[in-house]
Design a binder for this molecule. Structure first.
Ligand code: ZN
Length: 248
């Protein structure tokens, strides 16, 4: 029998589905392999050695054997576990949402350590008890920036003029940012909304958590980033729908 290629990597599980009686197919992302799929055999049996190891919201050291279609998980060693995310519904909804955002932006079998770090950072912020809404908006903007789709916030995407205080702006996710009062189409966007969006990019979320974020601009930013994410992926992420249900 030919020897099976084996490997080891750090990874997090970003989604999983059932296969047959007792197996699961996991989607994993890792700092040095990007996105990949692997089969966890027998993982749904109560006696499984892997079982508890592939719970969500954990960074795992995974041992893999090359399989015909997917790698097979042979061993799992949790390195870090974000236990708080499993017990709080809102936080876990945002944590799944951040995982889907990062999973979709990550290429298969290509190292993307920046995107991987972004996901772990989002989980850290939630675990530290930062407001779920703040972490959700921060994750969206950080994802857009890291994935090469950074929205233009400093100049009108048409004429290049910096917006004035109080100017009636527009947000156009297809054009990739803000329009001044003289140009373009899109949803109305206030300079208060723009100030908040810039703060999300410029400051650490821990600094923003200390402030009371105004609800009007927060809603504008929510709509703007949602539109940008839908534009990037072609549809609403599934976990965003779940997050909306939990928030309501
Ligand atoms: Zn303009």
């Amino acid at each position: 029998m030919p020897e099976r290629r084996t490997s080891r990597t750090l990874a997090v599980v970003t989604s999983r589905f059932r296969l047959g009686e007792a197996d699961r197919v996991l989607t994993l992302i890792s700092p040095d392999r990007g996105k990949f799929k692997a089969i966890a055999k027998g993982v749904r049996k109560p006696t499984s050695r892997l079982g508890g190891g592939v719970e969500p919201f954990a960074e795992l050291e995974v041992a893999l054997a090359a399989g015909r279609t997917f790698d097979v998980v042979t061993q799992v060693q949790p390195q870090r576990v974000w236990l708080g995310l499993r017990s709080r519904l809102m936080s876990s909804a945002v944590a799944w949402y951040a995982a889907e955002l990062v999973e979709r932006a990550t290429s298969e079998e290509q190292p993307e350590p920046e995107l991987y770090a972004l996901l772990l950072r989002a989980w850290d912020l939630l675990e530290a008890g930062l407001p779920d809404v703040l972490v959700a908006r921060w994750s969206e903007l950080a994802l857009l920036d890291a994935a090469g789709h950074a929205p233009e916030l400093d100049h009108c995407v048409d004429c290049g003029r910096p917006p004035q205080e109080g100017e009636a702006l527009r947000w156009d996710e297809r054009a990739g940012g803000i329009h001044c009062v003289n140009h373009g189409e899109g949803a109305p966007f206030s300079s208060d909304g723009l100030r908040l969006l810039r703060a999300l990019r410029r400051f650490a979320p821990e600094q923003l958590a200390a402030l009371r974020l105004p609800s009007g601009p927060l809603q504008e930013v929510d709509r703007a980033l949602r539109a940008a994410i839908v534009h990037l992926y072609g549809r609403e992420p599934k976990s965003r729908t779940f997050l909306d249900e939990v928030s309501a």
